[in-house]
Write a protein that binds this ligand. Structure first.
Ligand SMILES: *[C@@H]1O[C@H](CO)[C@@H](O)[C@H](O)[C@H]1NC(C)=O
Ligand SMILES: *[C@@H]1O[C@H](CO)[C@@H](O)[C@H](O)[C@H]1NC(C)=O
Ligand SMILES: *[C@@H]1O[C@H](CO)[C@@H](O)[C@H](O)[C@H]1NC(C)=O
Ligand SMILES: *[C@@H]1O[C@H](CO)[C@@H](O)[C@H](O)[C@H]1NC(C)=O
Ligand SMILES: *[C@@H]1O[C@H](CO)[C@@H](O)[C@H](O)[C@H]1NC(C)=O
Length: 148
């Protein structure tokens, strides 16, 4: 019992002091802020404007719908990268979005009345950016050991 408490404290101390180390060791995969920042960076770097009609959320502030919206984004991004095989930016965004759904428990929630609309690629990208920026600001986006 005593040992257990001691270990718990030690690991708490280690955790609270190891934040800068984590950046160095690069555990960006578990860090939703870092994953979101990378998505934003890739979206900015992608200068291609695709023609056609793309599904986007009507209201990007509906956080309860983010799970559904992200499913839609991933499906659309998948379709784009299947058609245009050499867009590495889109591919990376797609991969990072999948990663987000793994590390953010909140993205498993699905609201109702999640309304989408057709738009051009610029508007689609805008909505995607806005949702990702909003997720980046979440504080509760952590992998919970033993629960997930
Ligand atoms: C997560 O990533 C952000 C941005 O890269 C960084 O500022 C932050 O310290 C990281 N947090 C952890 C716990 O590694
Ligand atoms: C888009 O970016 C690529 C490099 O990522 C560059 O080669 C290309 O010229 C750019 N195209 C336009 C229209 O800016
Ligand atoms: C969008 O959703 C937010 C959050 O649910 C809500 O407060 C806002 O009124 C909605 N905006 C519109 C234009 O429906
Ligand atoms: C992606 O492509 C599939 C097959 O062509 C299609 O059924 C689906 O509706 C597309 N999804 C999106 C979001 O465009
Ligand atoms: C996309 O649609 C918006 C309005 O829905 C329009 O203002 C914008 O010019 C369009 N962009 C392109 C590249 O067609």
């Amino acid at each position: 019992m005593y040992l257990y408490v001691l270990l718990a404290c030690v690991s708490w101390v280690l955790e609270s002091h190891s934040a800068p180390m984590k950046i160095v060791s690069g555990s960006t995969q578990d860090n939703h802020t870092a994953v979101c920042a990378e998505i934003e960076k890739e979206l900015m770097a992608d200068n291609v404007t695709y023609k056609g009609s793309f599904e986007r959320p009507q209201n990007t502030s509906e956080e309860l719908c983010y799970g559904k919206f992200i499913e839609g984004f991933i499906s659309t991004l998948n379709n784009i990268s299947t058609k245009h095989k050499n867009d590495w930016h889109i591919e990376k965004v797609c991969k990072n979005m999948r990663q987000l759904t793994k590390i953010c428990p909140k993205l498993k929630l699905t609201g109702h009345n999640c309304i989408t609309e057709k738009s051009n690629f610029s508007k689609f990208k805008e909505a995607l950016q806005s949702v990702v920026i909003s997720i980046e600001g979440w504080k509760s986006c952590k992998r919970i050991k033993g629960v997930l």
